[in-house]
Design a protein around this ligand. Structure first.
Ligand code: SF4
Ligand code: SF4
Length: 178
């Protein structure tokens, strides 16, 4: 079937539009109207008084990464290297070591994410077979004034209050799943 082309008719500019200044004044009128409505009709404005008031993030918002822990408090990550392999920004760096527990092969001695390179695609949490890395913190990446502070390591990634869903150990009552 041949593609159809929609032709949009161009309307010629009126004399007032060609004079130009009346259109500028019309634009300024809209701006001033908004200004006064936002200043004196606060109940109609959509402005959020950040940081005192914060909008809730959508349920699927990808925020600051965190690493979950097992029920015994150890890091759930088994250093399988799937997340650094799939990461399109190459911003995850892991050094693995042998785990003292023979039932667990490895664990990360170093786990670092460069938040300035991360594009928040969420592929790392989708690839993880252990539900060890998540982005459901609801926290924006915290601003810093120097680049090294954006390289977050285990000390800033491990959230002891978040337990992995994949831990097959004994269930604890009130485990904070999210
Ligand atoms: S969100 Fe995407 S870019 Fe960021 S660390 Fe995960 S996989 Fe890499
Ligand atoms: S966070 Fe998950 S995917 Fe990444 S190395 Fe650890 S276990 Fe593997």
């Amino acid at each position: 079937m041949p593609a159809t082309t929609k032709v949009v008719e161009r309307t010629p500019r009126t004399l007032m539009e060609q004079i130009y200044y009346p259109e500028v004044l019309k634009g300024l009128g809209v701006t001033m109207g908004r200004f006064f409505r936002n200043t004196f009709g606060r109940e109609e404005t959509v402005t959020v008084e950040y940081p005192e008031v914060r909008r809730p993030h959508p349920a699927r918002y990808r925020g600051h990464h965190y690493l979950t822990v097992r029920f015994d408090g150890s890091v759930a990550c088994v250093a399988c290297m799937l997340c650094p392999t799939i990461c399109p920004a190459a911003c995850i760096h892991i050094e693995a070591a042998e785990h003292p527990d023979p039932s667990i092969e490895k664990y990360p001695v170093r786990f670092e994410i460069d938040l300035l390179r991360c594009i928040y695609c969420g592929l790392c949490e989708e690839a993880c077979p252990k539900d060890a890395i998540r982005m459901t913190s609801g926290i924006h990446p915290v601003p810093h004034t120097d680049r090294p502070s954006f390289r977050v390591g285990l000390d800033r990634l491990v959230d002891p209050s978040k337990t992995t869903r994949c831990d097959h150990g004994p269930e604890r009552p009130g485990t904070p799943f999210d």
